[in-house]
Design a protein around this ligand. Structure first.
Ligand code: ADP
Ligand code: MG
Length: 262
């Protein structure tokens, strides 16, 4: 067996918000060149974990290695070349055009004067996400789903090696969800590493390569004993009774329905 190519290694990571422990001695790895989904219940710590990977939260205990670099030692500019982060919520404050918002993805430094190549990369990213029709619109006037796609384009314009996405499909209609997840698969096929928090385990199992679950302050992963789509395992993770329907060697999960009659 050859060595597994790790994009991210997390060792003995603990994190708390002023006394509230969110992660307790987490050890996990994320493979390079894969689409990894992070799943788990509300408040389990998915966003916190992703923000830690993105270098947006300082931690005292443990270590995060990103493409062989100690996370704590990366400068802002170095980090921007390696990881791109999509926030769960994004606020539109200034009335910038979409193309200007996407171009700011190229701003790896504070004194940013865009070059021709930066503008070209921004337009390439806009094309790739399929929002060329929005490029001259005002960002703050777009729908939540459209804004989400603009932020994905901005991230692609940044051109990082690892995308860290927090619920990228949350505001998208069914078609745009599928389009975005297909795009993530394409990006992975082109060599990117994508790590994404997702609410819908079924979409994750249709599109993903690897699955991490945040549960009881731990990051857990499937083992040879239970597949990530195992109904018993997922009923435990989601604390709700689920049934597994076989699908392409994996499974789709549906809730068990209990009808109470009077
Ligand atoms: P998830 O993304 O899985 O829904 P989060 O990572 O956002 O969960 O939150 C994990 C826990 O940390 C929750 O209990 C949440 O209330 C708490 N938390 C999140 N952000 C903060 C913060 N800035 N200050 C204090 N507590 C927070
Ligand atoms: Mg969250």
């Amino acid at each position: 067996m050859g060595a597994i190519n790790q994009a991210i290694t997390v060792k003995n990571l603990s994190f708390a918000f002023s006394g509230l422990k969110v992660l307790d001695d987490v050890n996990t790895t994320i493979e390079a060149g894969k689409l990894t989904f992070i799943l788990g219940r509300n408040g389990s710590g998915k966003s916190t974990f992703l923000r830690l990977l993105a270098g947006l939260l300082a931690f005292k205990n443990g270590e995060i290695e990103i493409l062989g670099n100690k996370s704590s030692q990366l400068s802002f500019a170095e980090r921007a070349k390696i990881t791109g982060f999509l926030n769960q919520q994004h606020k539109a404050v200034f009335p910038f055009k979409v193309e200007e918002v996407v171009l700011t993805g190229r701003a790896g430094c504070i004194n940013f004067i865009p070059k021709k190549s930066d503008v070209a990369m921004a337009f390439q990213a806009i094309e790739k996400v399929g929002i060329a029709h929005l490029q001259s619109r005002i960002y703050s006037e777009l729908s939540g789903g459209e804004q989400q796609l603009v932020m994905i384009s901005r991230l692609l314009a940044q051109n990082p090696k690892i995308l860290l996405l927090d619920e990228p499909t949350s505001h998208l209609d069914f078609t745009n969800q599928m389009n975005l997840l297909r795009l993530l698969k394409t990006l992975v096929a082109e060599g990117l590493t994508v790590v994404s928090v997702l609410h819908d385990p079924n979409m994750a199992f249709v599109f993903g390569d690897d699955f991490l679950f945040v549960k009881d302050k731990q990051i857990i992963r499937s083992t040879p004993n239970f597949e990530p789509w195992d109904a018993g395992f997922l009923s435990f993770v989601y604390q709700s009774k689920l049934e597994a329907i076989p699908y392409k060697g994996r499974a789709i999960l549906v809730p068990q329905i209990k009808v109470v009659t009077g």
